[in-house]
Design a protein around this ligand. Structure first.
Ligand code: MLT
Length: 405
């Protein structure tokens, strides 16, 4: 009789956003007339930019012609896209990253979840608390953690780095020594940014102890502070200790199109002297057949002059929403964080309510969906996340409703 990977049994309930979607669907069924405003999952609402649509149409036509048809994509992604990535995301910012260090994929969520496969099961994992649940859950599934500890509301064997208002939601270096350090800046869920100095501190620390940083930069396009780093490779020595994960979902609206990439520098070696670039290439080649040609052409259009200009307008639109939420909540007496270098606003729930109570309250009284802070970890309790990815009209409406509430 077969058995299962019983690490899966350690997982708590269903995935956070699936859980919320179920609750909202049940509420809508009970209240068919309710006009629900969804500011929960960080899903975009603006249509794809014209330059991207044009590239998609052109690529679709190519696929219908034998002379320009494309089958399987190259393992690491098409050269035209990897070239555009290196030139625009790295060289333009003075970072040393090469085309054969880029691995194109169908999105950062998969890469965040899969990257742990190339590391030993005895590696110790450090995460921020609160944290994007994929980093923790994927390590639970792999067996790199102990059991869930209901008292601490976290997993045994994981190093949690508290991100609190006291430290501006930027963690201190952990006391216990980790091997894998997950960082995400600008941060999901708190919306906090990190200074170059603070990021350099992590890079220096990782090099000193021989750890690797898994740096999720999915929200870098939302940075408004000119001194904040957009990539970990802006820090000295990061090529020896960091993998960077990037997404086209938030900067170009690809949540339904699916495209991302991971950078694994060739200088990054394990304690055995193995190049992580070789391991990830082996994994990618074996388990993945590449993002579709038409989607990679759409990704290339993100870097065209027209694409860049159109996407800047889109980001400004979402950041206007962020400002509206931030100011509206402040005026209504809430304590709020984030929203300046990230599309997420992190607010303190009113005194008497925990995160899930506030979620229920907001949904049932004013029909607004957000994300309970405790869903991201024990230190998220007492907080609530709203996203700036809604439409401007709905964002205004939501703030009006919350203010009246
Ligand atoms: C979120 O809401 O945290 C994100 O949309 C989730 C994701 O990017 O997978």
């Amino acid at each position: 009789m077969f058995t299962i990977n019983d690490n899966y049994l350690k997982l708590q309930g269903s995935y956070l956003f699936s859980n919320i979607a179920k609750k909202v669907a049940a509420f809508q069924e009970r209240n068919p007339g309710a006009e629900i405003i969804r500011l929960g999952i960080g899903d975009v609402t603006q249509p794809l930019a014209p330059a991207i649509i044009e590239a998609l149409h052109k690529a679709v036509d190519e696929m219908g012609n034998a002379a320009t048809f494309h089958g399987y994509a190259p393992d690491k992604g098409y050269e035209f896209l990897r070239h555009a990535i290196v030139e625009n995301d790295y060289k333009a910012r003075g970072c040393e990253v090469y085309e054969d260090e880029i691995f194109v994929s169908d999105g950062a969520k998969c890469d965040c979840g899969n990257i742990q496969e190339i590391f030993g099961l005895n590696n110790k994992v450090a995460v921020c608390d609160p944290v994007y649940p994929v980093y923790v859950d994927s390590n639970v599934m792999a067996g790199r953690t102990g059991l869930y500890n209901p008292t601490n509301e976290n997993y045994d064997g994981v190093i949690y780095m508290p991100c609190l208002s006291q430290n501006n939601f930027v963690p201190e270096l952990p006391k216990e020594e980790p091997d894998l350090i997950y960082l995400c800046f600008p941060n999901n869920p708190t919306g906090a940014g990190i200074s170059k100095e603070n990021l350099q501190r992590f890079v220096d620390y990782a090099r000193k102890i021989g750890a690797v940083i898994l740096y999720d930069a999915a929200y870098e396009a939302y940075i408004s502070d000119p001194d904040m780093p957009h990539s970990i490779y802006e820090c000295e020595g990061a090529r020896e200790c960091a993998i960077e994960l990037r997404s086209f979902s938030k900067n170009a609206g690809f949540t339904g199109v699916r495209l991302g990439y991971t950078v694994v520098p060739k200088d990054l070696k394990s304690s055995e002297g193995v190049k992580l670039n070789d391991l990830w290439a082996r994994r990618h080649g074996t388990k993945y057949n590449g993002a579709p040609y038409i989607v990679q052409r759409a990704g290339e259009a993100v870097y065209s002059p027209e694409g860049k200009a159109q996407l800047k307008t889109q980001i400004d639109y979402y950041m206007k929403n962020a400002k509206t939420i931030l100011q509206g909540l402040k005026d209504a007496g809430y304590t709020v964080y984030g929203g300046e270098n990230a599309p997420y606003i992190w607010l303190k729930t009113p005194d008497s309510m925990n995160s899930w109570e506030f979620f229920d309250h907001l949904l049932s009284t004013v029909n607004i969906v957000g994300t309970p802070g405790s869903g991201f970890g024990a230190h998220g309790e007492g907080y609530f996340r709203l996203t700036a990815f809604g439409t401007y009209e709905n964002t205004l409406k939501a703030i009006e409703r919350i203010t009246k509430m």
